[in-house]
Design a protein around this ligand. Sequence first.
Ligand SMILES: [Zn+2]
Ligand SMILES: [Zn+2]
Length: 120
Amino acid sequence: MMNEELITCPKCKLQDPTHDVSIVQHRQPGISFVGVGWRCVGCGHEWGNELPEKLPGGNDYDLKESLFGKKECPDCKGKKFLEGPHGGLSVNIKCASCGSKFNIYPPFFAERIGKRGDKL
Ligand SMILES: [Zn+2]
Ligand SMILES: [Zn+2]
């Protein structure tokens, strides 16, 4: 016996254990993410396969491309980073050459801490 779980469409509220599986390949600068969610058999609405980008703070694609894609500092192009305190899944990093600080949660989230060129 399959474990039948009743899935409710958030749009039309149809409850059905046979909603199709929806798999989406997200491709954005610095990001390759496979989202697995559902497609409603009633209205065709897809959900649960979005990029988990609704994290607190900013969501800066240029920042992410530099830090996760090119793996370099967006300010000085330096490639050496020092790791700071970890808070949950995210980590603070500091550029070894110019001191710019970022809070990152690869590959979903990157945020600048403080001002550009802030000295410690
Ligand atoms: Zn639906
Ligand atoms: Zn730097």
